[in-house]
Design a protein around this ligand. Structure first.
Ligand code: SF4
Ligand code: SF4
Ligand code: FES
Length: 547
């Protein structure tokens, strides 16, 4: 977005005059005016080397009179002196009185020539290429290329199936030498690892000697590669992209909350890709977060509620399990109960957890902090996605500060009923033996672990891609999760489990949808006032000051 007071320039695009702020790239101006100019090497978040020549247009400057002032036409606008040769539109900015023709016979001829040139040595890989369906070479070939080939010689053979790094596979024959991946590594990932070697039609992309493309942002090169030269080793050959259902969401592997698109088919997640949001993640995400969804398809998923009968957990149904948990909790005062909540819970879940705590009279509640090194690019040191929500909604003041009290409370038998929501109680220092000795241990969890085996009521819950809700990222932005797949077995959305537990305990009802929960929350929590899940929108809303 341009600064206020930026000078505006008059620019004629395909015969119509428009105004653009100083500093607008010609290719962007054309797009804003509705004349899309095809491009390969240009990416708006990277520098512009202007090397693919796909964006050639005709350009002109104001015709100057003898007084060195622009000559004006009958419409009062400058007459244009058209340059005899085409110009690239990606590497220069608009200027006053500039004229552009994006679809003149010369521009069309240039594109056709560039397409023919790029396809000379391109292999006929489309049927087996992962990029098929979202490949700019395919799309522009249909739009701007020629139907037949005039090439009779043998195509140059180049290396295929090269492991550039642990997560990225390169097919050099498909590379059109646009250098987007090289520039991404230099300019965004700050890891100068890729380059071109050799000359002419034998030029190839490669990693510098002794280096591998293994930085934590390597898979962004796959996203921005306009063709199928760079592919994700994880996604390669798994699914044709046109079968994927796309759901807008965000990553929950750290407090940054990079915006994503989750690609799924028949309740299986195949990939996550970054979605542009300049307030959060620009156009990128880290590999760690991108690939962190396998656990949703793990064999350890809990598929059915269970209750303790005698000394054994037995399968149950939801009504029985919730009633069992509520009845157990009724035997204790708030002083005897503790709650381990989670910074991975949504705001709606944390709000209901707070209601549960108030209803039970529980004061001893905390979330489990989770940290790791930050990289000063996107990855945050806080690996919980919703610490801000947990603070705002009263599940913690200082994450982790009261966990010791919970552990000691269980050890001294002051705490006789423990509720663990999305966290493994063993990880905070409790032993299986201590947990098994608790008269009531209500566990809401996605995966089986050491502590779930000690539960007296076990409630299987859903993961980030299986539920709806909102979270507040580390910079105070409220963002929305959307359901991409259904949870397995009888696993339920966490907010529904908490709602049912509250209603079973209190005998009240009145919360039917997650929108009801958000409404209650927004009526009581000032930073959320006036908002609803739908008002959060795809790009989120700033609700807390960024610290
Ligand atoms: S691998 Fe892809 S992004 Fe990299 S230079 Fe080749 S075509 Fe461009
Ligand atoms: S930086 Fe954080 S939020 Fe973004 S993709 Fe990585 S783990 Fe996920
Ligand atoms: S997009 Fe302009 S030269 Fe490549």
């Amino acid at each position: 977005m341009s600064e206020p007071n930026t000078p505006m320039f008059n620019v004629q695009i395909d015969g119509v005059w428009h105004q653009f702020p100083k500093g607008t790239r010609v290719i962007e101006a054309c797009e804003q005016a509705g004349s899309y100019v095809p491009r390969y090497c240009y990416h708006k978040k990277l520098s512009s080397p202007g090397n693919c020549r796909m964006c050639l247009i005709e350009m002109g400057m104001p015709k100057m009179g003898p007084d060195r002032k622009p000559e004006l036409g009958a419409d009062g606008m400058p007459l244009i002196n058209w340059m005899p040769r085409p110009q690239i539109s990606c590497a220069q900015d608009v200027s006053e009185g500039m004229g552009i023709k994006t679809d003149s016979p010369l521009a069309q001829e240039c594109r056709k020539g560039v397409m023919e040139f790029l396809l000379i040595n391109h292999p006929l890989d489309c049927p087996i290429c992962d990029q098929a369906g979202e490949c700019l070479l395919q799309e522009f070939s249909v739009e701007y290329g020629r139907a037949d080939s005039r090439f009779l010689e043998n195509k140059v053979k180049k290396p295929k199936n090269i492991e550039l790094g642990p997560r990225v596979t390169l097919d050099d024959e498909r590379c059109i030498l646009c250098s987007r991946c090289i520039r991404f590594c230099q300019e965004i990932a700050q890891d100068d690892v890729l380059g071109f070697v050799d000359r002419g039609s034998h030029s190839v992309l490669t990693a510098h000697p002794g280096k591998r493309l293994e930085n934590n942002y390597s898979l962004n090169t796959v996203d921005i590669c306009p063709v199928g030269a760079l592919t994700s080793s994880d996604f390669r050959f798994q699914m044709r992209v046109w079968f994927l259902k796309e759901t807008k969401s965000f990553c929950t592997s750290c407090a940054t909350g990079c915006n994503t698109v989750i690609g799924t088919r028949e309740d299986v997640i195949y990939r996550q890709t970054p979605r542009e949001n300049d307030a959060v993640n620009s156009s990128w995400m880290c590999d760690y977060g991108r690939l962190n969804f396998d656990y949703l398809q793990s064999e350890k998923r809990l598929l059915q509620p269970e209750i303790l009968s005698g000394d054994k957990l037995i399968p149950s149904d939801w009504n029985t399990a919730i009633a069992h948990a509520a009845t157990q909790l009724k035997h204790f005062t708030g002083w005897e109960i503790a709650i381990i909540a989670s910074g991975r819970m949504t705001n709606e879940e944390l709000w209901l957890t707070r209601q549960l705590a108030t209803m039970l009279g529980v004061d001893l509640i905390d979330i489990v902090p989770r940290t790791g090194p930050s990289d000063n690019i996107l990855l945050s040191a806080d690996r919980n996605p919703n610490t801000n929500g947990a603070r705002l909604l009263g599940a913690t003041n200082y994450p982790g500060a009261r966990l010791r009290e919970i552990v000691d409370g269980v050890a001294s038998s002051r705490v006789r009923a423990l509720i663990a929501l999305g966290e493994d109680a063993v990880e905070i220092g409790l032993t299986s033996k201590q947990l098994s000795a608790l008269p009531a241990f209500v566990v809401m969890s996605m995966l089986a672990n050491e502590s779930t085996a000690a539960a007296t009521a076990l409630l299987p819950s859903c993961g980030f891609a299986e539920k709806r809700g909102s979270m507040i990222n580390g910079k105070g932005r409220l963002q929305r999760l959307n359901r991409a797949v259904r949870g397995p077995g009888q696993a339920r959305d966490d907010w529904e489990i908490l709602r049912d537990l509250i209603q079973a305990y209190s005998g009240r009802n009145g919360i039917y949808t997650i929108e009801d929960v958000f409404r209650q929350m927004s009526e009581s929590v000032q930073p959320l006032a006036g908002l609803s899940l739908s008002k959060i929108g795809d790009l989120g809303v700033q609700v807390l000051e960024a610290n």
